[in-house]
Ligand binder design. Structure first.
Ligand code: SAH
Ligand code: SF4
Length: 350
């Protein structure tokens, strides 16, 4: 029999679960607090009777992540983690320090099946989805490792959150629960490559999170070459879903635009981008593309990036260039895990 992933349960589900053991409701509250605080075993739950802990251990497991590698920046407080999961798979997470507090960038899948040409996470496809508990564990592990409290979450690590929809929704509800990790939905950003069906479903929940859409090109011809998802849902359909999402949630949408030299950084691209975003309350986040060993994409030089930004601003589009944190940790998301899987990692470990 497979053991139950008890850390992914809502309090109401835990109440039902413990009642099957003849335990009172308050036991579920105790259990929930321990689970959400990031303990790694039932043994640590000192106010739960030892006999019940033993019973729990037979039927359930406490999902966690184990720090496999820790890369700390010497330039700022950024720490990149490679975590090992219970089945020997690896995922990546990043802890970043901003003026307003600590942000963790979490993964939502092991690998990714969206196949974007510029991204290292998708190179070997998707191995499996992460559970809600494994998403929560990335946050509590970083908190415990550094003795800090995380205030913001970005779902921008490995994987496509809307391709793991149910676990993503469960995670959002769990992590924002005031009896648990308690990070408000307004402090969470979810990034999608443009899974239109998922954006529509997400709108129904009306979560006050920030939706980030990885647009990266204003023409279908270019975007379809960069992102296979665009062959299924073209830009017009994606932006229609964004407009609809905004109507329901009244939240500003963030568009990610990774600038790649000679691919999507022309004047015509800037002009077209401003045109297609007309009428959407949004912000464009320009990201200088990170080089990935497996492809030949390069980022444009600094002046070209700033020029692209000015072209947008001139046309009334709110745009900024993403600050680079942890620039000395030479690996963008997906690359660290790949390196470790291939056995070629020995540098930069703390
Ligand atoms: N799957 C989701 C979220 C994870 S990727 C998505 O695609 O939105 C997080 C962000 O990193 C996305 O905007 C993605 O397009 C971007 N990204 C991936 N590889 C990159 C690279 N090599 N350089 C710059 N940005 C990259
Ligand atoms: Fe997946 Fe996002 Fe990478 Fe595309 S950019 S392959 S959707 S993780």
């Amino acid at each position: 029999m497979d053991k139950t992933d008890i850390r992914s349960m809502y309090l109401s589900e835990l109440e039902e679960y413990v009642s099957n053991f003849g335990q009172p409701k308050f036991r579920a509250v105790q259990l929930y607090k321990w689970l959400q605080s990031g303990v790694s075993s039932f043994d640590e739950m000192t106010n739960i009777p030892a006999s019940f802990r033993l019973e729990l251990d037979k039927t359930a497991y406490v999902a966690g992540v184990k720090i496999c590698r820790r890369y700390a920046s010497k330039l700022d407080e950024t720490v990149k983690y490679v975590y090992e999961l219970y089945d020997g798979e690896y995922i990546e997470s990043v802890l970043m320090k901003y003026e307003h507090g600590y942000t963790v960038c979490i993964s939502t899948q092991v690998g990714c099946r969206m196949g974007c040409a510029f991204c290292a996470s998708g190179i070997n496809g998707r191995t499996r989805d992460l559970t809600a508990s494994e998403m929560c564990a990335q946050i509590t592990a970083a908190e415990r490792d550094n003795g800090i409290r995380v205030s913001n979450i970005v779902m921008m690590g490995m994987g496509e959150p809307l391709d793991n929809f149910d676990n993503t929704v469960r995670f959002l509800k769990l992590v924002s629960d005031s009896g648990g990790i308690n990070i408000g939905l307004r402090h969470i950003s979810l990034s999608t490559s443009g899974v239109v069906s998922g954006i529509k479903k997400l709108a129904e929940y009306n979560f006050p999170i920030t939706l980030s859409v990885s647009l990266h090109a204003p023409f279908d011809e270019i975007r379809s070459k960069m992102m296979p998802v665009n062959r299924k849902w073209h830009i017009a359909e994606l932006l229609a879903a964004c407009r609809e999402y905004q109507k329901v949630t009244t939240r500003r949408i963030s568009f990610e635009y990774a600038l790649i030299d000679g691919v999507n950084d022309s004047d015509i691209c800037a002009e077209q981008l401003s045109k297609i975003l007309k009428g959407i309350m949004c912000h464009v986040n320009l990201i200088p593309a990170n080089p990935v060993k497996e492809n030949s994409f390069k980022k444009p030089d600094r002046n070209k990036i700033l020029y692209f930004k000015e072209q947008l601003i001139k046309r009334g589009v709110n745009a900024t260039v993403r600050r680079t944190l942890g620039a000395d940790i030479d690996a963008s998301c997906g690359q660290l895990r790949k390196r470790i899987k291939e056995g070629g990692d020995s540098e930069n470990i703390q």
